[in-house]
Design a protein around this ligand. Sequence first.
Ligand code: AHM
Ligand code: MG
Length: 341
Amino acid sequence: MTDGKIGINLTRHVHQEQMEHPEATGELSGILNQIAFAAKIVSREVNKAGLVEILGLTGDENVQGEEVMKLDEFANEVFLNILGKSGHFCIMATEEEAEVIPVPEGHKRGNYSIALDPLDGSSNIDVNVNIGTIFSVHRRVTEGTEGCEQDLMQPGRRIIAAGYVVYGSSTMLVMSTGNGVHGFTLDPSVGEFLQSHTDIRIPEKGKIYSINEGNYPYWTTGVRKYIDFLKEKDKESGRPYSGRYIGSMVADMHRTLLKGGIFMYPADKKDPKKPSGKLRLLYECAPFAFLCEHAGGAASTGTMPVLDVVPEDLHQRVPFFAGSKYDVGQVEEFVRKYDEG
Ligand code: AHM
Ligand code: MG
């Protein structure tokens, strides 16, 4: 624990935040509790993943003769099941499914929508690299009982709460409801997320850049020149930026939030079907952009703040540059100078 506040769990933290905002309905604490509950179940299975590999079970039949579900499908089911029945949501969407997901029959429809990436970076499971869940919550904007796509297709600027869970050497939930960014570490012995990081602030300028550099030939001139520039001697430190790329967004962004620097997934020409890069606006970029801005950092498409992008498609991708304010500002300058006009 970093600040001696052992004992404040997620529930109490959100409750305290709500006491400071009497206009709040109290629903947010219910939502975050349900997310935390689902995350604990996924965390338990992620921790077992190594063993499952050794036993050769994934995709095969288990001892009861049932097929063992892949972890990303499992995480998707757990989150949808728990959140769908929570009474807080009117509509849901996940990176795993093409269409919006209605609340199951017989369950209360709520005032919020949620976009989820249930298990991001799941291709890293078999090499024991951190993976995670990403979420963002919007207030419903349509009338009637059922929610619809419109309730999800809102700009990140209107996010009510966003966060991620990183399943790593320990499981951590990092979230913001607009009052700072706070981190909670799962204490498995008591099954609670305990506050471990209060008011995370991204350093104004970092020393680390994080990008899949194998895509260099496919980037725009501005992005290439920016990366070349980072390898020159930094005026302050006298050395180039360090490169760190895990290839699991939650892990790379977790480091970026805590240590500063810049994480990037630019547009590239590798796949003509994906001219805007790889990362999805609703499930990956907007939630992290919300966290970055609330931690004093920035997140940009290269030409505009990610939070201001109005979604046109549920699975829309956007170029993504996020982290320290100074560094994000600098990449925008390169884009302006070499890629525009
Ligand atoms: P996924 O949603 O299919 O897991 O893909 C997203 C992941 C991110 O976690 C990561 O930042 C990125 O893909 C890595 O992509 P690449 O292998 O192209 O560098
Ligand atoms: Mg993903």
